[in-house]
Design a protein around this ligand. Structure first.
Ligand code: ATP
Ligand code: PRP
Ligand code: MG
Length: 305
């Protein structure tokens, strides 16, 4: 093949910023929904792993989640979405810059043993035994720490398998495993229970220190943070007697401060304030108790701080 061979079926990414997203798996749907929400438009042809964004100088690169941290750390990719667990496991945290935690892909990396084996009730009980995992580096670090030895000298045997890790104990390959747990259904179905947590993980937006496109990276970071805020907060509006305003502001201090507007009736003011969804019902009860009226809650479609 000539060295000037060009694959004409690959889109020309030119000077575009390269943004990696998981090509399948647990993070895929939420990544696509996030891209849609931040106004990134693209058309991905079947089986193509590169898609040009039509409304920004960006090319999306669809890669296995497990490889994204390495590509970003080495500077081949400018921006990426992957799990914190992958960043730690691939030991790329020093070469990647964490821009924003994304609030999805939340789970725990846990040490698990068969429920039936009551001699393996703590991580310490697995020291010197056989462990199977897809996270060999994090597992070795944890057990070297428990043994008080270096990774080279540790006794615990840690072996790699690429998937269906939960099967390893039942098949006699391991005494314990280390794998991700979200609902715990997979773990319980395999007759295992968690005896130690190595890491709490979630998806993160990452870049590197090479910074070819600092302005564009910042724009995408701000758009993502706007969407995350819109998902987390609602806008609450209510009326309150002026003499109860201090108490109302103590109940709903807002992100910065509530907006207070005068009403025709001199004794009353209108208040508009952002409230976290998870504490909303409680705050509405408290507002009612101090005499607030016409309490309205409005969804926020998007935000920018
Ligand atoms: N059960 C889960 N709940 C929430 N997040 C998860 C779960 N499993 C994995 N993740 C997150 O998604 C990332 C990618 O995992 P995923 O399962 O998609 O990839 P994979 O195991 O390499 O591929 P696949 O399962 O498609 O073969 C993980 O590193 C973790 O951050
Ligand atoms: O606690 P749960 O909600 O059951 O989720 C945990 C499971 O999810 C992931 O597996 P995945 O479905 O990605 O399959 P895999 O083993 O092929 O990676 C992880 O490896 C666990 O097996
Ligand atoms: Mg998986």
């Amino acid at each position: 093949m000539s060295s000037s061979y060009i694959n004409t079926s690959l889109p020309d990414v030119g000077d575009r910023m390269l943004f990696a997203v998981p090509k399948k798996g647990r993070l895929y749907d939420q990544c696509l929904s996030l891209l849609n929400n931040i106004g990134i438009e693209f058309n991905r042809k079947p089986r193509h792993d590169i898609a040009l964004v039509s409304n920004m100088p960006v090319a999306l690169v669809f890669l296995p989640a497990a490889d994204i941290a390495t590509y970003v750390a080495k500077g081949n990719i400018d921006l990426g979405i992957t799990g914190l667990d992958i960043i730690r496991e691939s030991q790329t945290e020093n070469d990647t810059v964490e821009l924003t935690r994304l609030g999805f892909g939340k789970c725990k990396l846990q040490v698990q043993t068969p429920v039936a084996n009551d001699k393996l009730a703590t991580a310490q009980d697995l020291v010197g035994k056989r462990i199977v995992t897809s996270f060999i580096n994090l597992t070795r670090q944890r057990f070297a720490e428990l043994e008080g030895k270096s990774i080279e000298e540790m006794q615990t045997q840690v072996r790699f398998v690429s998937g269906s890790v939960e099967a390893a104990c039942g098949l006699g390959l391991a005494d314990g495993i280390v794998d991700l747990v979200e609902s715990g259904d997979t773990m319980r179905a395999a007759g295992l229970h968690a005896i130690d947590t190595i890491l709490d993980t979630e998806s993160v937006l990452i870049t590197n220190r090479h910074q070819r496109f600092p302005k564009l990276v910042d724009t995408i970071k701000q758009r993502v943070e706007g969407i995350l805020m819109a998902r987390k907060y609602v806008l609450c509006q209510y009326n309150i007697r002026r003499d109860a305003l201090d108490r109302a502001c103590a109940v709903t201090p807002g992100r910065q401060a509530p907006t207070v507007t005068s009403l025709e009736d001199q004794g009353w003011v209108g208040v508009s304030v952002m409230i976290e969804k998870k504490i909303l019902a409680d705050k509405m009860d408290q507002l009612k108790d101090i005499g607030a009226t016409d309490i309205l809650v409005l969804q926020i479609a998007n935000a920018r701080t």
